[in-house]
Ligand binder design. Sequence first.
Ligand code: ADP
Length: 452
Amino acid sequence: MIFAVVVSYRIKGEKNTMFQKVHLRLTFLCTGITAVIMIIMSLCYLYVSETGLRRNQFQAFRNDINTISTNLEQQTVISMEWLSKMEAQGNYLFFVLDNGTPFLFNQLNDPEENALRSLLLQESRDAFQSQSHTETSIRTSSQTTAFSNLTHAEYEFVSPSTNIGYFAGRICMGTDESALEIVVLSSMLNLENQIHEQRLRFLLIDLAAVTLLGIFSWFFTGWLLKPIAENQRKQAQFIASASHELRTPLSVILSAAECCRTAPPERREKFLKTISVEGMRVSSLVSDMLTLSQSDDHRFPIRTKPTELDTLLMNSYEAFVPLTQEKSISLSMELPDDALPPCNADPERVSQVISILLHNAISYTPEHGRITLSLAVHRDKFHITVTDNGIGISDEDKKKIFDRFYRAEKSRSTKDHFGLGLSIAYEIVKAHGGSIAVSDAEGGGSCFTVVL
Ligand code: ADP
């Protein structure tokens, strides 16, 4: 018993950590894969959205420069007032250069700010020279305009001193005597802030989604693994119980063999008999375990054919009469009066089920008891019933008797019972698509019903 508990405990402990590891790995895998897909999608979306945002802003800036250029084209002189108004309206920085020399129309009182503006102007002009541009030219035809050959070009640059990106527009107007240049700068700070905010929003959404995914994956994989873990637990229990059951007869065989070696010849026969009886027990247990393992692997050989169940019951009845007589138990049989249609079943397996039930009934019914084997048909279903007036089964035990190696407390002393009979019967009936149930018999005892 201690051996079985230790084996079961060890296997259970190992399985637990193993399942925890598998559970964790599966959770990480599910979360990881989904998170990677989600992050890639988010990045793609951000890329498309940011590119669109930059393009639209640049296009809006271009349109503004175009408007400014058209306005300029229609003026005869450039008024400083007009430039200041335009600057304030579009949130732009304007620089006017006459033959390369800056006009001081928008100089501020703050010398630092003025220095910064001058630097920006220089940087924008440097950037213009280092980039290639397609210039848009507006050729004026009016005689009243002050400017001819008006061209403008727009570009982007990042100020090396402030590290801020700018949209820049350069409008050039040339008269015969002088060349006027207007540089318009629009800071991309707002756009960058907008982009950063969007990125942060996505990061938070992704983080929240990954956390939720992790929680969901943990429960989902746990739910998926539950039947496997349960199966493993049952198998571990099965191995532990089987080891325990095998250990008892094997140790009896070993000690009998040892005694046989040293015992005088006249006493050896007794030990040899013990070895033979225990050997038979081991053999029967191994064959039961094989049947159950075949059923677990879905290799349970069920060969159904039209079977006359009344004939089958009759044969079982006749086979068990001598056994019941040995124990002074009366065995009776009840069959329907009318001829029954054949039942599609495996006759050998159904006989095995009836044998298990009759065997149990004989084992758990005291001398002078009664056992009834009956067959009935209700709603196209065959009901095979084995009723006894034996020790009966408690409600608590009724839930467990179909479990492997389960024996009710009061039947534990019986040496020939391993607690596998009913589980084999259950598997056979299940393979037939039928059901098996137990109830209390009238007046005490048990009633097992197999429905096929
Ligand atoms: P066993 O080989 O121990 O009989 P089974 O799986 O056939 O194993 O039965 C499991 C347990 O169910 C038995 O140990 C016994 O306690 C109980 N049982 C089965 N049949 C009967 C019955 N006819 N009357 C009372 N108890 C029964």
